[in-house]
Design a protein. Sequence first.
Length: 400
Amino acid sequence: MFKNKCIVVGITGSIAAYKAIDLVSNLKKKGAEVHCVLTKAAQEFVTPLTLRTISQNPVITDLFSEPITWNVAHVGLAEKADLIMVVPATANIIGKVAVGIADDFLSTLIMASKAPLLFAPAMNHKMYQNPLVQRNIAFLQTHGSFFVGPASGALACGTKGQGRLIDTEIIMAQVEALLVPEKPLQGLKILITAGPTREPLDPVRFLSNYSSGKMGYALAKQAYLLGGNVFLISGPTNLKPFPGVHCQQIETALEMHEVVMEHFPDSQIVIKAAAVADFRPLENKTEKIKKGKEVPCLNLTGNPDILLELGKQKQGQTLVGFAAETEQPLVHAQRKVKEKNLDFIVLNDLTQPGAGFGTETNIVTFVFPDGRVEKLPKLSKMEVAQLILAEIIRQRSGLV
Ligand code: PMT
């Protein structure tokens, strides 16, 4: 996503300017070409030398300094930039851009560029609430600029309120979303399940499986980047959902069933990557089962098959399931895709290293209800997620 992308980071005069160093470092690590532009006030907080070292590019501080290349620097960079971000953005730069002032390098560059523009404001909370600042932000938003933050909390001026520069992680997520210009899932509610379920036996024990949630979380992130309004229903995992994805945590199959059924009617796309336990202990003991002479016998009962139920109720939704099988995988996947009334099923090849539970990669085959199969090579789970979504988009646009 970041490779070969030219990102301009404009830094303005706020104490939060030091956090821009971390942001530039993160952008570089992801493979972006980063150019930093410092306003005069920003140089009171951070030095061009620091940002030159981190960005590995010359830092621009002055509209009239000797150009490094033959072209007019602000025009050259304005044309080259895939994204211009202002981090931190003061009330001053927001106001200047809103009224069309171009009196230094950063404001002139912004004026000369058609690249997406992202502001991450940071200022005193009373300044942020000032109706003039709010009016300028609203005006810029209606004219296509993007804003991320500010966060609430302790401010450098000793007060508390909304005005802190938002976390780098959230800014990075917003950048990633802006670097994907096509938003084919815009306006669509996408329901994704991920991870295992836990079926309690007693207060200290449960039945579960090896699902890490990686596949489902990758799908949620990619669907969000493509513009979807993503609801991730997740069993217990160690993962953090991508910023912007709505996530609801559940534990048991029964809880997942309830939440999924609640979201289903107004969802347009449902992808069930969760490994839902088919059975649960008949009884969830209130006290810990004690060790005795006899080994206790476990009585199980069936959980609802959520996907089967969705297939019966579906009314125009695109419904995609996963299949994890250890014997005759294709036969079972072909049966499930029809039985559960799916648009297609993603079959994991559990016999191969690098596929299925817990891995960073997956080896999958798309199985369609008309008998077609499409085998994919070993890919990262992010790439598999992209291809699943591409197939859904293709089907929904009637291109099959
Ligand atoms: O989480 P990771 O570590 O990244 O691993 C990914 C994965 C292997 C868990 C995932 O890709 C996967 O295969 N998930 C589905 C596993 C599974 O439960 O397969 P199944 O063949 O038992 O179920 C078929 C489909 O029915 C699945 O979409 C499942 O979500 C759904 N199901 C199953 C049982 C049930 N009671 N309700 C359901 O909705």
